[in-house]
Design a binder for this molecule. Sequence first.
Ligand code: MIG
Length: 818
Amino acid sequence: MDDNILDPELTDNHDVEVDEEFHHLNNPVLGIKPIEKKYLGTVTEVVQDKNKFFFSDNDARVEVTVVSDEIIRVRLAPHGVFLDEFSYAVPELKVTASVFSLHEDENEYRVSTNTVNCHINKQDFLIHFSDSQEHVTSSDAVPMHWEENTQFGGYYVFGTKVCHQDEAFYGLGDKASNLNLRGRRFRNWNTDAYSFAWNQDPLYRTIPFYISLNEGIAHGIFVDNTFRSTFDFAAEDFTKTSFWADGGELQYYYIHGPHMMDVVKRYHSLTGTHPMPPLWALGYHQCRWSYYPESKVRSVTRGFRDNKIPCDGIYLDIDYMDGYRCFTWNRKYFPDPKKMIKELAADGFKTVIIIDPGIRVDDNYAVFREGKEKKYFCRRCDDYFMEGHVWPGRCQFPDFTNPEVRRWWGDLFDELVEAGVAGVWNDMNEPAVFGAGTFPDDVRHQYDGYRGSHRKAHNVYGMQMVRATYEGLRKQMKNKRPFTITRAGYSGVQRYASVWTGDNVASWEHLHLGHIQLQRLSMSGIPFCGTDIGGFSGEPDGELFTRWIQLGTFSPFMRAHSAGDTKEREPWSFGEPYTAINRKFIELRYRLLPYLYSTFWEHHRYGFPILRPVVLQEQDVLNNQARQDEFTYGDKILICPVLEPGQTQRIVYLPKGKWYNFWDKKLIEGGNEITVPTPLETIPMFIKAGSVIPEYPVQQYVGEKEITEVKINIYYSDYEVNSFFFEDYGETFAYEQDIYSEKKFIVNGDAASLTIEQSMEGLYTPRYENYAFNIVGLPFKPAKVIIDGKMLTDFDQSGDASFKFIFTKNFKKAEILK
Ligand code: MIG
C-alpha cells in the first residue's frame, strides 16, 4: 500500500516501514473509504481575546495563546469548535507574559512577545516562529491539516515543519535509539516491551516533546495530545519533520531556546518538576522477582550488612501477594508483614512493594467487590466490563482517569502504609494484558469528566495510576514523602513518580542502550530515572554487572533488579574482585548523596535535569550533536561509562573548561578528546574545576550515622564557578514552607589565592557545626587562611594536592593565600 496516505506531503520514502495499523483505516477491504485530507486555507479573520488570538479561514480556526515570553501554544479546530481545555500534562496553564501585541501587514499577522514572534501567513496559513532579531527558528512546511475519522468521530491531525540539513532532534522519552533522533520515525503508544531491542518502538512511555537544535539554536515542540501519535524526524523526507495523532486536537507548544537547557526548563514550567524524594530513595535499592519467603528477604538484607555494602531499599515483587491480588499478603510466605517491615526498618531497610492495575475477578476479594459495586472498573463501549488476563488470572481494571477511582485506589494503601511500607512500585500500567497486549480501543474512560475511549486514555492510564498511588500515599503518610516508581507514563508523570526503563537484558548492548535512554529521559522531563542494573532477563557476568553498578552509581535512581529465572544477583554474588569494586562504588554513591540531593533540588526548584548529555551544555559544538557517551551528573561531575567487555582504555570528550580526573586529581584542559585508562576498578570520572562537592561519610543506609561534619571538597579554579548545596530534613514536606537550607558557593582563584564565598537561604539549620574543607589542586603552597577576617593557623598540608582545615559551616568568605 502507498505510504503517502499517511501524509501526501511526505513524498520521498526513505526506508520507512509501512504503517499497517494506520493503513487499515483506509483499507477498502474493510469497507472504509479512503479519507480526504483537508488543509488550512487563507486567513480571513482574526479576533483577540486577552492573550489568545483566533485566526480563521471561514471554517477552521487556529488559536494562538501567548503563555510566556518564550512559550506560545497553537491549537487547531477543523470546524471552528475547540475541544474543552483540559490536560493531564499541564494541570494549570500559568500565563506569565504581560506584554504582547498583534501586528498586521500585507502578508502576515504577527503575535509578538518580548522574545518571540509567531507569524501567521495570510495567504497559506503557514506558521513561523522567530526571535527578536527576526531569526526564524521554526516554520511550517505545510499548513496544519486533518482527516475526518469516520469510525470514531473527530480527526487525525497533522503538523509538518521544515527540517534543516544539520538539524538534530532530542527528547521523546525512552526511545531505544541514538540520542539524536534524526532520520527516524517514532510511535507513541505505551507498550509492555519485554526484552526490547535497539530501535524497537514504541516502548513504555509517551513523551510527545522534542528539542530541535539547528545551527546552534534550539527550540522545543510539545505536542500535548494523548492519542497514539507519530513523530517523523526527516525519516520519510529529509526536508520535513512531521507529527500526527490519531485523534484529539492538534495542539502544540512552541518553546523558545536558544539554549537547550532553557527549553528543558521551560518544558518543566509547563509540566511540573519532580517533588523532592525522601533522601533514602537516592541510596542503593535491591530488587528481584521475587524475594520470598520472608527468610529469603532477611538473608538478602543480612547479606548487605554482613558484606558492608550500603543499601536502603528492599523490594517485594508480585509473590508477596495472595494469588497476585493487590493489597493482600501471602501469609504463608509472609506471616507477619508488619513485624518484618518494622525489623527491616530498624536495620535501615525501607520496604517497597509492587502493585499492578489488574484486579482479580473474585467475589470473595474485597477490592474486587467494592470496585464492582461502585462501578470503578473500565467498561467496553457497549457496557460490558473490560476483562483481560494478567498475573492474577481473569481481571478487571480500575479507571484511573476517574478522580473518585483515584481516591479509592489511594486509600487502599492504608493498611500497607500502616504496616510500614515506604514505597510503591507501579508495574504493568501501560496497561499490559496477556495476549491482547492492552485494552481494545473502544473501552470507555471517565477522563476527569472529559470522557473518551481508550484511544484517548491509553497513554495516560499508567500516569493516572501512579498519580492515584502517589496522592494516596502522600495523604496517608501524613507529612512524609512517599517514594513511587512507575513503568508507564505520559508527560507530567514526573510530578508523581520515578521511572525505570522496564525489562532490559543482561547484555553489553543493553548497558549502552540504558545509558542513552537515561540521558534522553532526563532531557524529556523525567529526572528520576534508572535501568535494571545488571539487566532484567539473562545472566550478566561479574564484569558486566560491575560496569553496570559503576554507571548506576551515577543514575538518578539506582536499583539492581532481575527476573525470577536468573541466578542470584546481589552485589556480592560474583565473588572477588567484583564484590570489592561494587562496594567501593555503592559507597561512593553514599559519599556523594549530598551532591545528588542538591542536584535534585536544582531540578525541583529550577527545572534542571539531573543527567545532562554533553550537547545540552555545549550545543554550539557541531560534533556534540551526536555525542552520547559522556554526560554530566549535575553540572559538576562528568562520567563516561565503559560499555564494552575487556576495555582497558577509552576516549573521553571533556567540554571546554578545566577538569580534574577524580581518581588521580590531575588537571586537564577541556575542549578535547583524551584517552583514559579504564581498569575495572574505575569509571572515567572528572570534576569541573571550581566545583564544591559536599560529601557525607559512608553509611550503610541513610540515617545510620548522625552527620557530625560535612566534607566540602573544593576543586581549585582560576575562574569563577558557582555551586549549590541543599539540605533539609530529608523526609518531610517542610521544604514547601521554606524549611530548607540552600547554600551557594562561589569559588575563584588566581596564582596566589583561592577565595570561597558562601551565601545561604532558607530556614533549616543542620545539626552539625563544622565543614571539613578539602582543597584539591591548589597550585601554590598556602601560607595563610583567612576566614571572615580571622586568621586560621590550624590547617593540614599533609599530602601534596590536598589541603585540609575545619571551620564553622556558617562562614561567609574564606581566602587561602600564598
Ligand atoms: O509480566 O512483577 O517490568 O520489573 O519484575 C512481568 C514481575 C511483570 C514486569 C516488570 C518487572 C517485574 C515483573 N513484571
